[in-house]
Ligand binder design. Sequence first.
Ligand code: GLP
Length: 240
Amino acid sequence: MHIVVCKDYEEMSRRAAEIVAEQVKKRPDGLISFPGGDTPLGMVHVFADMVNEGKVDISRTHYVSLDEWVGLSNEDEGSCGLFNQQNLLSRLQHPFAGTHIINGAAEDIESERVALNDYISQYGPLDASVLGIGMNGHLGFNENGVDFDLDAHIIPLSETTLQVMTKYFGEKFHPTQGISQGIRQIMAAKTVILIANGAHKAEILKKAVHGPVTNEVPASVLQNHPNCYVVADEAAAALL
Ligand code: GLP
C-alpha cells in the first residue's frame, strides 16, 4: 500500500484527484469509479475542475458509480446517484464518453445488479477505483462478513451503516439493503485509491491498513492489492 498522508482535507482531495487523472491519462478509453458519501466531495469537485480546465480529457473515458441504497432513486436526497449528478456530472463542461449510475429504486433490482456487472465487464476492468471507508471498514456496500469473491451484489446493511446513514437523509428513508460493486471488481482495478479524513476514521483505517486481512474489516483486503493508495488527512492517518 502506498500511504499518502495529507495535511488537511483539501490536500487529500487534490492528491486523490491527481492520481485519478494520472490513470485517465495512461488509458484515456478506460473506466473509473467514485464513491458517494461525505469524504469524496472535495475530490470530485477538484476532478471536475481539472476536466473543465482541460487538464484531463475524459471524452473517451467511461464512469460507473460504486454503490447505492436500495430503494433510493437518483433524485432522492442522500442517494449516491444524486451525489454523482450534482457534484460530478452536472459540473462537467466536457462529458464522459458514457456513464452508468446505479438506480437503487429500479423495480427489478436484480436486473439493475446484472446491468452493473455488464457495464463493468464491457468497459472494465476499472482503471481507477476511488473508495471511501465506512466506520465498520466497509467498501461501497461490501459490509462486514462479505464474500470477497462476489461481483455486484445486493446486501443487507450492517448495524453500523444503519446507524450512520441518518447523516445522509435523516429519517426520510429507511433502506435495509445496499447494491454495490463487489470486492472482486474492486480488486481487479488497476489502481485503487482509498480516501479518508477526520479523527473518527483513524481507528478503522488502522485496522484496514495494519490489521489482519479479514472480511470482518472488508477494507483490509486492499492490503493484497498490488497498487493501492491510501490518501488520508493527518487526523485519519494518526494511528498508521
Ligand atoms: C457509505 C457508502 C460508501 C462510503 C462510506 C463512507 O455508507 N456506502 O460508499 O464510502 O459509507 O462514507 P463517508 O464518506 O460519508 O464517511
